[in-house]
Design a binder for this molecule. Structure first.
Ligand code: DX5
Ligand code: ZN
Length: 218
């Protein structure tokens, strides 16, 4: 079993105080900073681009985990790598170029590669991608907004992914994103998730240290 990494999603932070918000979660136990990038096209919401990554990069040594919810993410891989991403996640549904080439390009830039699937994409599509990814991100809500409810079917999808990864022998993290709370975090971990994205659960909490600890230990 891999060690558990907690990845607060800055989608739910107060953007007017972004630097402070980042320092706060980094000082209080976050392992990864999950940066959700949305283009108003792949998902209905719009937020920020690569500049947020380059501006935040000097503030922390924590792992910068960039989740691209954008159409044709291959257009921007180089720029996010240059901005300081440690992981770049692209959506299986969003690439125009063959996704294996996109994943190879991410790795060729010295960045860890990851693929994400939406709740209605079959997990079996991941099988042929296993040699090319360092992480798989299973969406547990339809991407676009923080604060949605965990889709129950996700538990089965995480289990299937974990079985597939274990059978392959590749060293791949399994990340979950969307609707993760102190109540359901043990369910996703038991199903095989080792990297836990949490937006509203962390940023709505007064005591971030306690919440991050509970996400790790529950
Ligand atoms: C969903 C994003 C998530 C989101 C999670 O579109 O990819 O990272 O911020 O937020 P919560 O934890 O509030 O569901
Ligand atoms: Zn995300």
């Amino acid at each position: 079993m891999k060690d558990i990494k907690i990845a607060p999603s800055i989608l739910s932070a107060n953007y007017a105080k972004m630097g402070e918000e980042i320092k706060n979660v980094c000082d209080n136990g976050a392992d990864f900073i999950h940066v959700d990038v949305m283009d108003g096209n792949f998902v209905p919401n719009i937020n920020f681009g690569m500049k947020i990554v380059s501006d935040l990069r000097p503030l922390t040594d924590k792992v910068m985990d960039v989740h691209l919810m954008i159409v044709r993410p291959e257009r921007y891989i180089k720029e996010f790598a240059k901005a300081g991403a440690d992981y770049i996640t692209v959506h299986y549904e969003a690439c125009e170029k063959p996704i294996i080439e996109v994943l190879q390009e991410i790795r060729s830039l010295g960045v860890k590669s990851a693929v994400s699937i939406k709740p209605d994409t079959r997990v079996e599509v991941l099988e042929k991608l296993l040699p090319y990814v360092d992480m798989i991100l299973i969406m547990c809500v339809y991407p676009g907004f923080g604060g949605q409810k965990y889709i129950e079917d996700s538990t089965e999808r995480i289990k299937k992914t974990k079985e597939m990864v274990d059978a392959s022998g590749y060293d791949i993290r399994i990340e979950v994103d969307g609707g993760i709370t102190l109540e359901n975090v043990s369910i996703v971990k038991n199903a095989g998730a080792d990297t836990i994205v949490a937006g509203s659960t962390v940023f709505k909490a007064e005591d971030k240290k306690a919440v991050i600890k509970a996400l790790r230990e529950n």
